[in-house]
Design a protein around this ligand. Structure first.
Ligand code: UDP
Length: 408
């Protein structure tokens, strides 16, 4: 059994009562008519990225509520994940050519996963484009099929969307992370915010001595401001833009930059972006480019808690769980006004938004010179996450969807 499964075994609703009180009872009441209901979640990786992060908690919580959840992942080789990464980039609006034979490779892996996976379930929730074609195997199951899209679909490539759309239209429902991502589809579209788990190792309170030990391990100086971006090394997360913004801030403040992230199993581009970032940072000992193992929740937690300002300078972003994680820890956040970020960072209320390298640097400088405002934004950000973006709220939305579909 892996460490993740062990952590999941402890995910029970009772543990949320001290934090959420009556909301836990609401969940039990909603789940009561769904007892024994079989739910299947399918995505493309168990480790790395926000989807895996959420499923790791939602699946055991649904089980604790009396449903019978399963979690399956798409199998694929490097070629398949290069294709799905290219789809992901194109759907987020990048004008990059698709690999040769992309559509055939996608169809072939869809077929082989259909032969491999047991898709029989009363509720099937397919996450993102990689497994979207599995709807072709619907005959195996009489259940309801929902496509849950986590990526920024505000400007999708017509070529890739037209390829996927005939599959998506066969689902019973779709879920997007922001109203801006809604598409012209013949099926109902729901808005679900992604969410974080306040009790996971990633988010739970930490002993300050542990935080200090993590900083020492990575040779980060606590006495000077720490700017941090936690993200996979991915062009959409714009690590090079973060370095440029830091350099502008550095002219005025003796600060440090932490760029920490690992790869995801389904992201073959990560190594190249990491290499480029390292190269860019090489001459400056105050830039810490940290390659974290895929599962390093306590380190991420500690780095977020120790940050003076948390950055999320994404160029596109489905939601950006890292933002909610930082806000939950009462950190002041400066983030790009893209994708799902503005639902979390309400400008001047729960953080600061920016639209460029220069804008990011400006907002960071503002926070470094106004620590009392930075602290207030952090407090407000924490409350906003409590109200909107906790895992229990997400579980509630799934339960409501399953109840609605039961009636349909
Ligand atoms: N994450 C992590 N280690 C890393 C990089 C990211 O644990 O090295 C986590 C991060 O804390 C967050 C998730 O992975 O929980 C990333 O989700 P987000 O929505 O921010 O971005 P995605 O990677 O899904 O595009």
């Amino acid at each position: 059994m892996t460490g993740i499964e062990l952590e999941n075994e402890a995910v029970t609703l009772d543990r949320y009562v001290p934090l959420l009180g009556a909301e836990v009872e609401e969940l039990r009441a909603l789940a009561a008519p769904l007892k024994g209901r079989r739910v299947l979640m399918v995505n493309s990786t168990r480790l790395g990225g926000g989807v895996a992060e959420m499923l790791n908690r939602i699946v055991p919580l649904l089980g604790d509520l009396g449903l019978c959840p399963r979690w399956e992942t798409m199998a694929g080789d490097r070629e398949f994940f290069e294709v799905t990464k290219a789809f992901h980039n194109a759907l987020q609006g990048a004008p990059v050519p698709l690999p040769a034979g992309a559509f055939d490779i996608f169809r072939a892996w869809t077929a082989s996963n259909l032969a491999r996976l047991d898709l029989d379930s009363e509720e099937v929730v397919i996450h993102d484009p990689q497994p979207a074609g599995l709807i072709g195997g619907r005959r195996q199951s009489a259940g309801h099929w929902t496509w849950r899209c986590h990526i920024d679909l505000s400007r999708p490539s017509a070529e890739v969307w037209q390829f996927l759309e005939p599959w998506i239209s066969q689902y019973d429902a779709s879920i997007f992370s922001s109203p801006e991502f809604a598409q012209r589809l013949p099926i109902p579209q729901y808005l679900f915010y992604p969410s974080i788990d306040p009790l996971s190792e990633k988010n739970r309170p930490l002993d300050p001595a542990f935080v200090q030990s993590v900083l020492e391990r990575f040779e980060i100086d606590r006495r000077r401001p720490i700017l941090t971006q936690i993200s996979r090394f991915d062009r959409w997360k714009d690590p090079l833009g973060v370095v440029r913004a830091y350099r502008l801030v550095k002219r005025y403040f003796d600060c440090q930059l932490v760029l920490a992230g690992g790869g995801a199993d389904d992201d073959p581009e990560g190594a190249a972006v990491l290499e480029q970032t390292r190269h860019e940072a090489a001459a400056d000992p105050d830039i810490h480019v940290l390659e974290l193992p895929a599962s390093s929740p306590l380190e991420v937690n500690a780095l977020q808690r120790a940050s003076t300002v948390v950055l999320q300078k994404s160029l596109r972003e489905g939601f950006g769980l890292t933002v909610a994680e930082a806000l939950w820890k009462k950190r002041p956040v400066v983030a790009s006004a893209v994708g799902g970020i503005p639902t979390q960072v309400i400008h001047k209320r729960t953080g600061l938004l920016a639209h460029s390298v220069e804008g990011t640097a400006y907002q960071v400088r503002y926070l470094l010179s106004h620590p009392e405002i930075a602290a207030r934004l952090g407090e407000m950000g924490h409350e906003h996450v409590r109200e909107q973006f906790l895992i229990t709220g997400n579980v509630k939305r799934y339960l409501t969807l399953f109840l609605l579909q039961r009636k349909a």
